[in-house]
Design a binder for this molecule. Structure first.
Ligand code: KG4
Ligand code: ZN
Length: 354
């Protein structure tokens, strides 16, 4: 019997477990993370090494540096997750890892490590989709949340509106045609000379500014799709002209610029979400991904939800940006369905469907 058959047989037995213990690894971008979650609800440990300081001086993620840092850290992050949970690999029922979407070189590290671990410990292996992970993080914060619901997934790499039809069943209603929402935050912050990643910095500075001080271009895109490149250009031109007239313009108006930019991005995100809710008739609305940590977006969703009779789901902050508990969750629902992966699963930069 080869490893794969063996693992599947094991999986058959494990599947009968009510509360499988999932060890998950996430390495799709600039966080090396491992986590152990029991029964798809109980987070036994979370270990995250963030590479942000490594990439900061380049103003964005450098893929080669990301891969190298993942190689350096993945072993200790997994060991830390096991230690925090007071478990050994033998106690784990399955191993899951992100196989995409993300940076291929970065994904390859976590995925290969996870496959090696599963092989050595003779555990079933599960490939998890990063977006499904962001969505599934909501079940950790809201154990009673059930599909169907509409989820806005907004991060540095994605801006998707997804109809979550089931735990493993998703319909992509819309996505960005160019930049993602997090990218818009980060690129505009860079133009202002703010450090990477700009999203959290803009969020903080926006609190002291006037969201109506400046007006930037809003996209006109049909359906549920987003576009943020026009906003980015409009922001850039506003600053270029203003700085030509007054070199201190950015410093003088930093808070107002941050507040106006943030409120524009939030307005764009909410506009399509409202439409998705209206047209699907679904009023359970969740958000996910790094940008779901944004206070303007969180307030905006709650306020819109109050007016429209939505039930809104905002994940706890620790589950918004990349982490491995969310990958354990995506893995858990695949495990329940018996969707185990063979060890030849490869990383995928872009996934056509979830
Ligand atoms: O989900 P994530 O950790 O990684 C990706 O899958 O991309 O998201 C990172 C993105 C970055 O663009 C970052 O600027 C943004 O999430 N972000 C925020 C906030 N916190 C993180 N954007 C706006 N406001 C925040 N508070
Ligand atoms: Zn992410």
């Amino acid at each position: 019997m080869n490893y794969y058959e063996n693992a599947l047989l094991g999986a058959d037995a494990y599947r009968k477990k009510d509360k499988p213990i999932m060890l998950a690894i996430e390495s799709s971008c600039d966080e090396t993370a491992a986590s152990i979650v029991r029964g798809g609800r109980e987070v036994l440990s979370m270990s995250v090494f963030t590479q942000i300081p490594i990439h900061r001086k380049y103003g964005g993620v450098v893929p080669e540096l990301a891969s190298r840092s993942h190689v350096e850290k993945v072993g200790s992050v997994v060991a830390d997750a096991l230690e925090q949970a007071n478990l050994s690999i033998a106690d784990v029922d399955a191993v899951s890892a992100t196989y995409g979407p993300g940076l291929v070189g970065a994904l390859l590290v976590g995925l290969s490590y996870a496959k090696g671990l599963a092989y050595a410990a003779n555990k079933p292996f599960i490939g998890a989709d990063h977006i499904a992970g962001h969505i599934a993080a909501n079940y950790l914060s809201y154990p009673d949340l059930q599909p169907p619901f509409v989820c806005l997934v907004a991060s540095g790499g994605h801006s998707h509106i997804i109809l979550v039809e089931g735990y493993n069943s998703f319909k992509l209603l819309g996505c960005t045609r160019d930049d993602a929402a997090g990218e818009a935050f980060d690129k505009c912050a860079k133009v202002m000379g703010l450090p990477y990643p700009g999203g959290p910095v803009i969020d903080r500075r926006a609190k002291e500014g006037d969201p109506k001080a400046f007006r930037f271009a809003r996209p006109r895109v049909e359906g549920y799709d987003y576009s943020f490149s026009g906003l980015k250009t409009s922001f850039l031109y506003t600053l270029r002209d203003a700085v030509a007239a007054d070199p201190d313009f950015i410093v003088k108006h930093e808070a107002d610029l941050c507040a106006s930019l943030q409120s524009t991005i939030v307005e764009i995100l909410l506009d399509k979400l409202v439409r998705a809710s209206k047209e699907t008739g679904i009023r359970d609305i969740a958000i996910a991904g790094g940008v779901s940590a944004n206070s303007g977006l969180r307030d905006g969703i709650v306020e819109t939800g109050r007016r429209r009779g939505w039930r809104t789901f905002l994940p706890e902050f620790k589950f918004t940006t990349d982490n491995a508990a969310m990958i354990a969750m995506a893995g858990y629902y695949r495990y329940k369905q018996g969707e185990f992966a063979s060890l030849d699963v490869s990383p995928v930069a872009r996934l056509e469907e979830l």
